[in-house]
Ligand binder design. Structure first.
Ligand code: AMP
Ligand code: AMP
Length: 227
């Protein structure tokens, strides 16, 4: 090997190692979290409809969260890449529909999406840029129509209670995957269906079996409030 070739090889190796370090991903999978707006709103804290109007009675996206197999997760990974609305202007109307803010005071969603990007999205920059990140979440929601899945199993947002096992079973039956169900409580203290977690591979596109579940517990029967 000539001196020049050796030098080239060394340079390539060094640059290669650096690039691996730079783009190394500090997570093993994503949680894709969808939220029932009725259960966000009928709590002590209550809610405010977006300035764009009351969202549809459908699950909304809460977030796409990079997580690690040990249950921990990275957050706020890159303050040099703050949320930039101009990068997702083509997605805004779909986001208003599918990723509605419900926080008070009423907003147009930017604050919620910006929080999600800054806290979680910046931790998967090695695989998804800002546009890719929001597009991935929107496309996952299209892949998993939770409300349709539940309604087809007779589980309807009408204020009735359903068994946690039936809810999980319906989602498992339709997706092949075991979901995690998060509950919260209404103003009377009843446990209700709040958020549904499904897991996604590191590319952000394929649903996978969850490597680890979050903590917390629902009752064995939980309410599915209307919205
Ligand atoms: P995160 O920090 O991504 O784990 O999300 C938790 C934060 O998101 C909390 O501050 C919640 O109050 C807020 N949050 C959850 N759902 C919504 C929603 N639909 N609209 C606005 N904020 C929300
Ligand atoms: P437990 O009610 O804690 O005895 O749990 C019974 C089974 O349901 C176990 O396989 C748990 O992992 C599962 N499980 C309990 N709570 C939830 C939940 N909120 N979402 C999904 N699975 C759960």
């Amino acid at each position: 090997m000539t001196k020049l070739n050796q030098l080239t090889l060394i340079t390539v190796l060094i640059l290669g190692c650096l690039s691996v370090l730079c783009v190394s991903q500090d997570f093993d999978f994503f949680y894709f979290v969808q939220q029932w707006p009725g259960s966000y709103c009928d709590t002590q804290q209550s809610c405010c409809y977006p300035t764009t109007g009351k969202p549809a009675a459908d699950f909304g996206i809460h977030g796409l969260w990079p997580n690690r197999n040990d249950g921990s997760y990275p957050s706020n990974c890159d303050s040099s890449k703050p949320f930039d609305q101009s990068q997702i202007s083509d997605l805004t109307s779909s986001m208003q529909k599918n990723w509605p803010t419900l926080a008070c005071p009423s907003g147009n969603g930017i604050k919620f999406w910006s929080h999600e990007w800054d806290k979680h999205g910046t931790c998967s920059e090695s695989v998804l840029d800002q546009h890719g990140y929001f597009q991935a979440a929107l496309s996952l929601k299209k892949q998993v129509n939770l409300l349709q899945i539940l309604q087809s199993a007779g589980i309807k947002p009408n204020g009735d209670s359903y068994s946690l096992e039936d809810i999980k079973g319906a989602i498992k039956g339709a997706t092949g995957l075991t979901p995690w169900i998060e509950c919260n409580t209404d103003t009377s203290g009843n446990s209700q269906l709040y958020q549904v977690y499904l897991c996604v591979g590191t590319s952000g596109s394929n649903l996978i079996e969850c490597p680890v579940f979050p903590h917390g517990k629902c009752g064995s029967n939980i309410e599915f409030p209307s919205f």
